[in-house]
Design a protein around this ligand. Structure first.
Ligand code: KG4
Ligand code: ZN
Length: 337
């Protein structure tokens, strides 16, 4: 059973072909639009949608050619139905539905965040239900209990900015390019601890929620002060990156540990773009790894990709979409799956 996965929820065009019986990725192709959007300091939805229309067919053709496959080999098509940006989602949905109609194969709508989380099972097949998951991306910061396949209980989430968004906005304040996560990570590696650290918002709240907008504002004040004192240099940019990254990781780590204890769980899956952060992985491994099993997808499968959509599609074969309308759900909650 070969499933084609199509990801277009934001600014990466991802296509992959996955063999469900062999549990093997036949090909995966990705085109990142980051260079285009970095000119504007963030994703421009209209440009993202236009670029997906340009890239989907060539990526599919190249992937099929390189792996000696043809359209005839495709048994089902999975696509990201949401959450994400409406225009970009519509492009992927239209592509998937039209191809499915032409090939007369089932089309499976996939939840983008569930796909991030399920991909951990591809890279770590030993994972057993129930487990805790921390989903950290550009649009979401969710702590959820995974009871069984498709049964999610959201324990907490961000009440304002997503943590990836905070990385991106902080990078912008520091004059670093989009996407900010990898840039902050790179600079933080050269940074030194500052005299005063940034606040850890909501660390002591009794719930499992997060807040990152205050942290970003604290960075803004710091940057303004450094500029006023003529101390806004390469070194202080690195120092602020380090302090921001440590504060964000502390918040994620604290609430994750609290949920593991309170819900008596012994495994946690981290996924989404921010889970590609090496310092975050190091701190989670050091501080939770002795007592709990900490699982991440491979680095290349943390950020958006087509393989996670194809893999998730295979798990969700029974929920194939019988209608031929082109539908998306930009605000689809994990609990509504
Ligand atoms: O999962 P993803 O590719 O797309 C969404 O579903 O949003 O996540 C993108 C986010 C961006 O905010 C990006 O800055 C962040 O993940 N990110 C990182 C790293 N790589 C990507 N954040 C911190 N450290 C990284 N190495
Ligand atoms: Zn994502």
């Amino acid at each position: 059973m070969l499933i084609l996965g199509i990801e277009t929820s934001c600014d990466e065009t991802g296509i992959a072909l996955y063999d469900g019986e062999e549990n093997k990725i036949i090909f995966e192709s990705l085109f990142s639009q980051a260079d285009k959007h970095s000119l504007y300091g963030g994703v421009v939805p209209e440009l993202a949608a236009r670029d997906h229309t340009n890239k989907l067919l060539p990526l599919l053709k190249k992937g099929l050619d390189d792996s000696n496959m043809s359209l005839k080999n495709i048994d089902a098509i999975a696509y990201t139905k949401g959450p994400g940006l409406r225009g970009p989602l519509m492009v992927g949905s239209a592509f998937a539905k039209s191809l499915g109609f032409a090939l007369d194969v089932p089309v499976i709508p996939v939840h983008h965040m569930e796909a991030h989380l399920l991909m951990a099972k591809y890279d770590a097949p030993q994972l057993k239900y129930p487990f805790l998951t921390l989903l950290v991306s550009g649009g979401h910061t969710i702590l959820a209990k995974v009871e069984s396949s498709g049964v999610y209980k959201i324990l907490g989430q961000t009440i304002d900015d997503a943590v990836g968004e905070a990385f991106d906005k902080t990078a912008k304040l520091l004059g670093l390019r989009y996407p900010g996560g990898p840039e902050i990570e790179k600079n933080a590696a050269k940074g030194e601890k500052m005299k005063e650290s940034f606040p850890r918002p909501m660390l002591k709240s009794e719930d499992y929620n997060f807040s990152f907008s205050g942290l970003k504002t604290a960075v803004l004040y710091k940057v303004n002060l450094l500029k006023k004192k003529n101390e806004f240099t390469k070194q202080t940019i690195s120092d602020v990156s380090l302090e921001f990254q440590e504060a964000a990781i502390d918040c994620l780590l604290y609430k994750t540990k609290k949920a593991l204890i309170d819900f008596n769980l012994n495994q946690v899956v981290l996924s989404g773009g921010v889970a590609a952060n090496k310092q975050l992985r190091k701190r989670f491994n050091e501080e939770l790894g002795k007592k709990y099993t900490v699982i991440y997808p491979d680095f290349s499968h943390c950020t958006d990709n087509g393989a996670m959509i194809a893999f998730s599609g295979f798990e969700k074969l029974s929920s194939c979409d019988k209608e031929n309308n082109i539908s998306v759900n930009p605000r689809w909650s994990l609990e509504e799956i």
